[in-house]
Ligand binder design. Structure first.
Ligand code: ATP
Length: 375
């Protein structure tokens, strides 16, 4: 079993007479066998959270429970967790066999034969059986990372902690290893907490993702739930690539007034905005922007500044006022820089955030397909 709970976890560092609140009052309840990704920008407290869970940092306050046992003050080796880091930290002069088996040698009383058997099983699982007699210096980055994973897996811990384990690999290998780690985690069913600053990694790997900013939890949920129903502007901007576009507007009855255009909203949407402040942020994802005729409802006139054909889609950059926005358009539609166009933000696809607090007041409506995915 490996249910892990963080209750009001707080970590404050003292640095040059200043207090840095790295993790602030964090509550997380991670189910046995779950793959949870902690994601957020640099400095948001992801690694510190992971290090507190591992016991490598003392918590300032709060509790860490593993299967209802309070492990907050236990030593790292008493926690039954295995950690994989970005830098694999393999022993350079030991063979792969010894690197993988070393942990078992010093922490268990298994015989040499038993350790060898476990090493070979683990190497088989990771498809590195033929590398067992080599030294880390003879291996590629991807192979070294597999050895590092092997060292963690062989211990059969209750919890895996992974801190940006793929950052040192090239883009192609990252994608392959991403799938392999997911597969391995599913097969082994071991609770895993995976730290990354990369929202694509978070979206594609996690059963759930926890988004942090400034040491505070912004949202926790399934990837598509966070994508379609962000709780606030920060999450909306962080999850999704290219990012959601944001425009400052004022709510006035059934209109959202922008400096450059007026956007008519339905009475229903207007009612939804009643409790928020008048100053709002309208959010629209690039893929929801449409190129339309001048007489389309809420059409905004603009000029395409730059186009980036990606194949399946084309990113088209355009300006409203002095801000640049991005539309992601079907790659088969021909569009060129310098073209005068009208863009439309369909009302059912807009998100609206309180301009003061950033809290989501209205999220986009999901089409039936998306609804089945997130149900
Ligand atoms: P990154 O992806 O850059 O590692 P992160 O989200 O993992 O970022 P942390 O490393 O957890 O962030 O750091 C959170 C905050 O705590 C940062 O402001 C960082 O400078 C600070 N911090 C981390 N470790 C220490 C330390 N040992 N002493 C003082 N401040 C620290």
């Amino acid at each position: 079993m490996g249910r892990l709970q963080l209750n009001e976890l707080t970590k404050v560092f003292e640095s040059g007479g200043n207090e840095i609140v790295a993790v602030n009052d964090l509550d997380l309840d991670i189910q046995d066998g779950e793959f949870l990704v902690l994601v957020g920008p640099s400095g948001c407290g992801k690694s510190t959270t992971l290090r507190c869970i591992a016991g490598l940092e003392q918590t300032t306050s709060g509790q860490i429970l593993l299967d209802d046992r309070d492990i907050t003050h236990r030593k790292p080796k008493e926690r039954d967790m295995a950690m994989v880091f970005q830098n694999y930290a393999l022993y350079p002069h030991m063979s792969v066999r010894k690197n993988i088996g070393y942990g078992l040698k010093i922490t268990t009383d298994l015989s040499k034969g038993e350790i060898n058997e476990r090493v070979e099983e683990t190497a088989e699982l990771l498809e590195i059986g033929e590398l067992l007699e080599k030294e880390p210096g003879d291996l590629s980055g991807g192979q070294q990372q597999r050895v590092a994973l092997g060292r963690a897996i062989i211990r059969e811990p209750e919890v895996f902690l992974m801190d940006e384990p793929l950052s040192n690999l090239d883009a192609k290998l990252r994608t392959t290893m991403r799938t392999e780690i997911q597969q391995l985690q599913q097969d082994m069913g071991i609770t895993t907490i995976y730290v990354t600053h990369d929202q694509t990694e978070a979206m594609t790997m996690g059963d759930r993702i926890a988004i942090l900013d400034g040491g505070e939890l912004q949202q926790i949920g399934e990837p598509l739930e966070c994508y379609h129903r962000p709780k606030n502007r920060f999450v909306a901007g962080f999850i999704g690539s290219p990012s959601m576009n944001f425009l400052s507007v004022k709510h006035d009855d059934e209109t959202l007034e922008h400096d450059e255009f007026s956007y008519q909203i339905s009475a229903t949407t207007s009612d939804e905005l009643e409790t928020a402040s008048q100053d709002l942020t309208l959010g629209i994802r690039p893929e929801h922007i449409q190129i339309a005729d001048a007489d389309a409802e809420n059409a905004i006139q603009t000029t395409i500044e730059v186009v980036e054909p990606m194949g399946e889609v084309t990113y088209a950059y355009f300006e409203i006022g002095d801000q640049t926005y991005t539309a992601s358009i079907d790659g088969e539609i021909r569009i060129s820089a310098g073209e005068d166009v009208h863009v439309v933000f369909p009302e059912e696809k807009i998100h609206i955030f309180d301009g003061r607090t950033g809290a989501a007041v209205k999220n986009s409506e999901l089409d039936e397909k998306a609804d089945t995915i997130t149900a």
